[in-house]
Design a protein around this ligand. Structure first.
Ligand code: NFS
Ligand code: SF4
Length: 632
């Protein structure tokens, strides 16, 4: 097992040593078994789109085969592979959003699926032009809005409704470049068609279609996912939580919720409050029921309920290795197929719940909106009844946990800004203007959205935490989502005390507004919150967001979703820094298009940089250049 990339994380060291003692296999063993990864795949030049292949063209131009059997060259093959990753990512986010909308369509006043943020329901309904958005009966309106949202996935004409949130200057770019996304399913389908064998071979055209599909994710699926989840389950407000494996409690029944879709997790949190279950747990010798979260289901639940964060993506196995988890409940995405076998090494029950992500190896309980609360009750019962099966000799919970603040939706940020503005000036309330003002004044040099996964190609969390620490030191305010947010939480960056790590300007802002310098904005679909925030800031000045000193960063990304995200962030005019190099280097032309040429037509580009310290230097030059161009 290669351990040097784990040195940064002390939890990992202890946890993996325990896995070894317990005879449990982890991702690190499997990574070692993979040996050297395939150079063709790494460069993106392996094509298996048709059965004449697989064809591998040379990753080094001028050496070896230059074309596949059909004649596709490295540019075409790389562009198609990259585009198909976008299609995969956009599908995942958007199909998740569709499930949220279906849940909204199934809401009833008597619950358990009901409308919890009625004001937001009415606001979005008005934004989408529903007549009587102010006056219609709540559930009639919710069902009407849900039907309209379902149309966003498959409507035959028109583009995504949320695009209107962007300043006109950006909308003009989208129109000019033909990247304003139409129906979400249409964009994905068209991209899969374009990249079918014998279809598009022009790499720039494939890039542009990929970009439009990414945009369908950000401004379509993800934004619908976020906004409709808020309507259903409440818009997050700032609250306290805690993070890292130490939140697992040896005296309680521990249930780990893992995945992305909050529909079932909300029901579990609701059901766990039932005093009958608490009594049942006590009868089994536990002090209570402890729900802990992981990945983006964890983020959704911490944002709305302060549910404790057990960790991020790469800690999913470590949770089970503590020997103290009674049930792992998963919905969709980012769940290792290895988990059921690992759970069997302990007493842990592994329960998959979505037909879209049925995971072989233990239990399947089919979740649906009609049976949601019953499913949750059943799951809690299974977990509680499993408590006595715990083997005390196998329990070892790392004594590491970190207090953290979470819940910074756009609404919560505006609320915090209002409290300051209110007492000090006569500025308009309810806007992000004070934030734009401090950026323009230079108190804060810029803003960064730091997002994305963990990846065993790099030291875990090291890139996330290094980038964040170095940026706040340089007076760059940061917002985080996904596993990056959980890395920040574990490192203590989501606290008011983290102001001490900041430069003078950002420290002052944190003190006055009473916020941490790094703000947890939610799950990965909630990157749409970041988009919304940036666009509101640009709107204050009436400019294209591409002009603002703002960057997107994914220091340790791994998933197709992250590729879709990077595309819509660049498409939205924000330079995007990737700490893991995407599998495109086999085509110097495509690489150049991504990292240089697209700047010309999109006003933004990708930057590939593995070293987080060098990345921060590049970002600071980027932000200062933007400031100079704005004359601020
Ligand atoms: Ni985002 Fe969330 Fe984490 Fe990566 Fe997976 S949990 S949707 S994909 S690994 S950040
Ligand atoms: Fe080979 Fe072309 Fe088929 Fe790809 S599409 S596998 S390059 S023949």
């Amino acid at each position: 097992m290669s351990n040097e990339i784990l040195n940064y994380d002390k939890v990992a060291e202890a946890s993996l040593a325990k896995a070894k003692r317990d005879g449990a296999e982890t991702m690190w063993d499997r990574k070692a078994a993979q040996k050297t990864q395939c150079g063709f795949g790494e460069a993106g030049v392996c094509c298996r789109i048709c059965a004449m292949g697989p064809c591998r063209v040379s990753p080094v131009p001028g050496k070896g085969a230059e074309r596949g059997i059909c004649g596709a060259n490295a540019d075409t093959i790389v562009a198609r592979n990259f585009a198909r990753m976008i299609a995969g990512g956009a599908s995942a986010h958007s199909d998740h959003a569709r499930d949220i909308v279906h849940a909204m369509h199934a809401t009833k006043a008597e619950g358990p699926f009901k409308i919890r943020d009625e004001a937001k329901l009415r606001r979005i309904s008005a934004e989408w032009g529903i007549e009587g958005a102010d006056t219609k009966e709540t559930y009639a309106l919710a069902h009407e809005l849900a039907e309209m949202a379902l149309g966003e996935f498959g409507k035959p004409f028109g583009t995504q409704r949320f695009l209107k949130r962007a300043p006109q200057a950006r909308q003009d770019v989208w129109e000019r470049e033909d990247i304003a996304p139409r129906a979400i399913d249409m964009e994905v389908t068209t991209l899969m068609h374009s990249t079918h064998m014998g279809c598009a071979s022009d790499y720039e055209s494939i890039f542009r279609r990929g970009m439009r599909t990414g945009m369908a994710d950000g401004w379509g699926g993800s934004m619908i996912g976020t906004e409709f989840s808020d309507i259903l389950y409440g818009t997050p407000t700032a609250k306290a939580s805690s993070s890292n494996l130490g939140v697992i409690d040896k005296d309680q029944v521990n249930i780990l919720i893992h995945g992305h879709d909050p529909n079932l997790a909300e029901m579990i949190v609701l059901a766990a409050e039932n005093p009958e279950f608490i009594e049942m747990a006590k009868a089994k010798g536990a002090k209570g029921i402890n729900i802990v979260g992981m990945c983006c289901t964890g983020n959704e639940m911490t944002m709305r309920h302060g549910i404790k964060i057990a960790g991020n993506f790469y800690q999913q196995e470590m949770c089970i290795i503590t020997g103290a988890i009674e049930a792992v409940v998963v919905d969709v995405q980012c769940i290792f197929p290895a988990l059921p076998a690992l759970a069997k090494k302990y007493h842990t029950r592994f329960i998959s719940t979505s037909e879209k992500a049925k995971i072989a190896g233990d239990m399947f309980i089919k979740f649906s909106e009609a049976t949601g609360l019953d499913n949750a009750n059943e799951i809690i019962k299974i977990a509680v009844e499993n408590f006595p099966n715990r083997d005390a000799s196998k329990v070892e919970i790392p004594d590491i946990k970190q207090d953290t603040l979470v819940g910074y939706s756009v609404e919560a940020i505006i609320d915090h800004l209002d409290k300051v503005v209110n007492t000090n000036t006569s500025d308009a309330m309810g806007t992000v203007k004070p934030l734009t003002d401090v950026i323009y004044a230079g108190v804060i040099r810029g803003a960064a959205g730091v997002v994305g996964c963990n990846n065993p190609k790099v030291e875990h969390d090291y890139a996330h935490v290094t980038v964040l620490k170095e940026l706040i030191k340089r007076d760059v305010i940061c917002v985080v989502t996904g596993c990056a947010a959980q890395a920040a939480a574990k490192a203590g960056l989501l606290t008011l005390e983290a102001k001490e790590m900041c430069g003078r300007g950002l420290k002052e802002v944190c003190e006055r507004v009473n916020i941490p310098p790094v703000l947890h904005m939610g799950s990965c679909v909630d990157i749409s919150r970041i988009l919304h925030l940036v666009n509101l800031c640009a709107d204050v000045k009436g400019i294209d967001p591409a002009l603002l000193p703002v960057v997107g960063i994914a220091p340790e990304w791994m998933s197709e979703k992250a590729v879709a995200i990077a595309n819509y962030v660049v498409g939205s005019g924000i330079n995007t820094y990737l700490g893991i190099i995407p599998q495109v280097l086999g085509s110097p032309n495509f690489t150049k298009l991504m990292t240089e040429d697209c700047q010309e037509f999109l006003g933004a580009h990708f930057v590939f940089e593995k070293d987080p310290l060098v990345m921060v230097d590049k970002i600071m030059v980027d932000l200062e250049d933007k400031r100079t161009a704005l004359g601020i």
